[in-house]
Ligand binder design. Structure first.
Ligand code: NAD
Ligand code: LMR
Length: 329
């Protein structure tokens, strides 16, 4: 091993996603087969013992790329020197909790984590927020890290992207690998808009290949947008392995680049493109190269798409107003 290990901080390390995620990071799937990693796990004090158990299993995996695992219950220590941060731990919505209560509870987590990233993360820090409500939690963290370039804070819509690829591939009887240029717009919530109008299937336009607007509006979009709830209903727990897999995909693509002729979906701070108010962390079609992403420009947005993008972006605006009122940003 010639390269110095990359410090990867993972919050919520003892949770379900953490358990599915950490072994894949240790095996090299996050950053590639030549990059050694050092894991820095953050948990709340009550879950540190469970995280220690996971660290024992990581040791037992004898991963050649894993240069060590450290466990913390203090964000300042956990984010010190972090090059990549996966913010998975969040406060789930419990019975009787209103959306504003959820935002406030998560503000208590993502504000100090943003401050800790600001104080001690490495200069090249890249942040992915997975914990829900992911887009607005990312906004809280980003707003509390004024010395870190805003574009380093992203939220995960790659799971929605992957779900959309799978549903479209099933409908058309093709492989997911045949589909390019699919887009998730907006919030990681039921208001998201999976867009196939610019997607290509084996070189042909996907919407034309489907040629069924009723299926698109009444089956495809709701199936993708409500898939998280369907998984909870079926498993009795929210998606974990697929979420971990999407987090791996998100960071791997950010670091290693999108393939020629394709793009991916990432929730990133808007620069005002496509009428999304600047600063909102909203999902866009992006290409990535050399560790940087760019919004795909110049796509024609039909009336069908515009209404749906606007609805999801409006929800993000409401979430931003709510956390602003709470003094979190
Ligand atoms: P989980 O409840 O199994 O685990 C969460 C872990 O976070 C727990 O171990 C908890 O102790 C820890 N935690 C809580 N507060 C913390 C803090 N302040 N610092 C560090 N750790 C803390 O949940 P999970 O199934 O792993 O899911 C985690 C989050 O990911 C949830 O918010 C879930 O809704 C979200 N999620 C997002 C997506 C997405 O596509 N963006 C998909 C699936 C799940
Ligand atoms: C998912 O999309 O699977 C999750 O965000 C669902 C949830 O509410 O945890």
């Amino acid at each position: 091993m010639t390269q110095a290990p990359v410090n990867v901080t993972v919050t919520g390390a003892a949770g379900q996603i953490g358990y599915a995620l950490l072994f894949r990071i240790a095996s090299g799937q996050l950053l590639g087969p030549d990059t050694p990693v050092k894991l820095r796990l953050l948990e709340i004090p009550q879950a540190v013992k469970a995280a220690e158990g996971t660290a024992m299993e990581l040791e037992d995996g004898a991963f050649p790329l894993l240069a060590g695992t450290d466990i913390f219950d203090d964000p300042k220590q956990a984010f010190a020197g972090a090059n990549v941060a996966l913010l998975v731990g969040a406060r789930p919505r419990t019975k009787g909790m209103e959306r504003a209560d959820l935002l406030e509870a998560n503000g208590g987590i993502f504000k100090p984590q943003g401050e800790a990233i600001n104080a001690g993360a490495a200069d090249d820090i890249k942040v992915l927020v997975v914990g829900n409500p992911a887009n607005t939690n990312a906004l809280i963290a980003q707003s509390n890290a004024p010395d870190v370039p805003a574009e380093r804070f992203t939220a995960m819509t790659r799971l929605d992207h992957n779900r959309a690829l799978a549903q479209l591939a099933k409908k058309l009887g093709v492989s997911v690998a045949d589909i390019k240029k699919l887009t998730i717009w907006g919030n990681h919530s039921a208001s998201q808009y999976p867009d196939i109008f610019h997607a290509e299937v084996a070189g042909k336009n996907a919407a034309e290949a489907v040629n069924d607007e009723k299926w698109l509006a009444e089956e495809f979009i709701p199936t993708v947008a409500k898939r998280g709830a369907a998984i909870i209903e079926a498993r009795g727990a929210s998606s974990a392995a697929s979420a971990a897999s999407a987090a791996i995909d998100h960071v791997h693509t950010w670091v290693n680049g999108t393939a020629e002729g394709d793009w991916t979906s990432m929730a990133i701070p808007s620069d005002g493109s496509y009428g999304v108010p600047e600063g909102l962390i909203s999902s866009f079609p992006v290409t990535t190269k050399n560790g940087k992403y760019e919004i795909v420009q110049g796509l024609e947005i039909s009336e069908f798409s515009r209404t749906r993008i606007d609805a999801s972006v409006a929800e993000l605006g409401e979430e931003r107003d709510a956390v602003r009122k709470l003094g979190l940003i």
